[in-house]
Design a protein around this ligand. Sequence first.
Ligand code: ADP
Ligand code: MG
Length: 459
Amino acid sequence: MSVSEGMKKYNTKNYLVRMINLLDEETKFSKTKIQPWTRVHELKTKIGKEYGVSNKNVRLFFCNIEMIDDLTMLDYKVIDCKQPEIFFQISSTNTTITDIRIEVYGAFPCPLIMKKSIEEIRHGFMEGLIPNMLLEGTSGTYSLRNTNKDTVALFKPIDEEAFAPNNQKGYTGKFGQESFRRGVLSGEGSIREVAAYILDSANFFFVPETTFVEITHPVFNKNLNDLFSIDGDSIGKIRNSIIHSFVLENLVSRDVLFGDSTKKRDRINSVINPSHFAKLNVNTSNKFNGVLSNSKVNTVTPSGEIKDNLIKKKYGSLQRFMKSNDIAANYSNSLFSVDEVHKIGVLDLRILNCDRNDENILVVKKRDKLTGKSFYRLVPIDHSLSFPDCIKIQEYEMVWMSWDQSQKPFSKEMLKYIDQIDIEKDIKRMRQIIKLREVLNYFKLFRIAGKISEFQIQF
Ligand SMILES: Nc1ncnc2c1ncn2[C@@H]1O[C@H](COP(=O)(O)OP(=O)(O)O)[C@@H](O)[C@H]1O
Ligand SMILES: [Mg+2]
């Protein structure tokens, strides 16, 4: 049997993939055979049959990226994995624009405290509390509240990051364009918030618990920009990323996404392959500029109306809201202990943070249980410019570098922590959870960063 050009290195045999139900572990469908050219909608049909539902009610996630109907297992590189796992979720298709929802996206880990917060936020939504945008910062950060109107978590949607299409703080841009630092593209920041937490899930550095969610709320529909665009040079890089799923849902109408896939194949492929972007009836000359109001596949009218058959979802990080006394910028750094400052510094080296200004550190006054003395805990926030694929940082972007504490030797506890760092284990774990962009140089840099911190200690 001959195979097409792109499939040459693959065998025509069947591959076995483990199927995991996101909602119920005792799945009716635990393993299935796939071939490189099996299309996502074919797999959905198989699962749908088992559960007695249409394939439109099945959602599939691979490496926490929602799989798009007309793509193949080869497109997602499922068969490149030694033990591939695809997560599925049986969902309702009769969601309308008026539905208000908050769910963990795909199989992102969600610590218990965040599960509870999500439940509280749902109740808040039911009582009519809306997400409120904070004035601080350059990206869209929304406070989500419980029924007592206390903020329990902060939501940072990917499309409102600095230089993303729906930013409302004066930094509107194209998805995938260069952001405030080289090495992180716009729309990629929220996922890095989750990555930083995953690296610190043992809570050594006090990174607040963070997960990744999808939210449907009418408040967000009002904020959508007519100009919805992607940086043409980055299309290849953000292919198969969460940005790509978001773009698909917003550029291509729900009918096209979930309708008869054989008829609509060309349109769906067009979002995946840069050369096919032209088929979306948008200008691809140099920079891709998808103006929804001019496109046949419009989902938003020029007046901002949303077509009624459309779900407007927002994707983004959801982080535990930490009660604090203030930000570090409003304190003299001499009040902070050597250990607290070292924790911020070592975390920044580990995650290759490019934005540790003193507004990205919360200060919480605490009392030591043993001595009864009060001290200031430093809580690191805003890791959206971490894990870059190249490093170009100025000394002043790392506020702790100019603080005296950074010249002092590490404590025994810190040395012990550094000694047990297992970079390969961290990389493996992160890869299972997050699909950082494939061109990413990051893991190479991550290994080097690990070596540098070891070297500093020996020195
Ligand atoms: N986990 C958190 N707990 C409490 N406040 C937070 C938290 N994360 C962010 N904030 C507040 O929200 C502001 C904006 O968040 P940040 O993550 O710094 O966004 P930006 O990327 O726009 O700088 C911060 O300056 C801080 O006041
Ligand atoms: Mg910030």
